[in-house]
Design a protein around this ligand. Structure first.
Ligand code: SAM
Length: 270
């Protein structure tokens, strides 16, 4: 395990490059331990999507699903909206979002791993969604202008970030006032220390870097979100859960006395 933030990020990138190549070459799916989690389990991957949703996707987009939830099921996407998926992987949530917002809307996928971006682009082409756009970059520095996005979705990625405070701040920056987040992530119960979390699973397996519920709530509030709801959906390890995180970017930060500041969430937390 790397010791610096850069080494940790490189390790995450390597792991998910391998996952993408395994799907591209047809040598493996989620069940080989190459994704979030360490074995085939309904806690991670394609089983978290309705059969109906899976049926409308290319096989390799379904096979590449490495998430811990189904954010498109909770994000209320409307025709014409702009959606951003943080850590878009093989593109499953971008494709589903692009269909939901229709030809007058657009769905961006942001990922740092070249192999994942190539897989996602191929999947979107096969799915026939021209309004799916993939961007290379890191979620700590989102390459989009301020106030340009209606909805942010993300599936099991924020726990992998080496600077979660930066991610929450960037989410608030790119969302329009009143913009929404519908995120799936692994979240720890509040009494688990960072060491407890690390005992339950590795960083690249989406466990050790998970925020606790209180850390998520306070980080989002400090970044300028309101209507914050962190809801556990299923267990992924002792005291750790797949969760849906919903919030709204405040419409009037100045009048409500909520200055948008960098939240005091620790970088790796573990
Ligand atoms: C667990 S996979 C989830 C992929 C996808 N969201 C899904 O549900 O299948 C994590 C993805 O996030 C990307 N990722 C991890 N950390 C990132 C970061 N800091 N910036 C951009 N992408 C990141 C990885 O390259 C990988 O594609």
């Amino acid at each position: 395990m790397g010791t610096t933030a850069d080494e940790l990020r490189d390790e995450v990138r390597r792991r998910y490059a391998e996952s993408a190549l395994a799907v591209t070459t047809g040598s493996a799916g989620c069940g080989d331990g190459s994704c979030c989690g360490t074995e085939a389990t309904p806690a991670f991957g394609e089983a978290l999507y309705e059969a109906e949703q899976r049926a409308e996707l290319p096989d390799s987009a379904v096979l590449a699903s490495l998430g811990c939830g189904n954010p498109t099921a909770v994000a209320e996407l409307r025709a014409g909206e702009t959606v951003l998926d943080l850590g878009s992987g093989g593109g499953i949530d971008v494709i589903l979002s692009a269909r939901r917002v229709g030809p007058t809307g657009r769905a961006y996928g942001l990922d740092m791993t070249d192999e994942m971006l190539a897989l996602a682009q191929a999947n979107a082409a096969e799915a026939g969604v021209p309004n799916a756009i993939f961007l290379k970059g890191v979620i700590e520095e989102i390459p989009l202008p301020a106030s340009s996005v209606d909805v942010i979705v993300s599936n099991c990625v924020i726990n992998l970030s080496v600077d979660k405070a930066a991610v929450l701040t960037e989410m608030a920056r790119v969302l329009k006032p009143g913009g929404r987040i519908g995120v799936s992530d692994v979240v720890a119960e509040d009494d688990l220390t960072p060491a407890d979390r690390a005992e339950r699973g590795g960083y690249t397996a989406c466990i050790a870097g998970a925020l606790s519920r209180a850390e998520y709530e306070s980080g989002l509030a400090a970044a300028g979100f309101e209507e914050i709801d962190v809801r556990f959906t299923h267990s992924v390890a002792d005291g750790m859960h797949g969760a849906i995180v919903k919030a709204v970017k405040t419409r009037e930060p100045a009048r409500k006395g909520l200055p948008i500041v960098r939240p005091a969430v620790s970088a790796g937390c573990c």
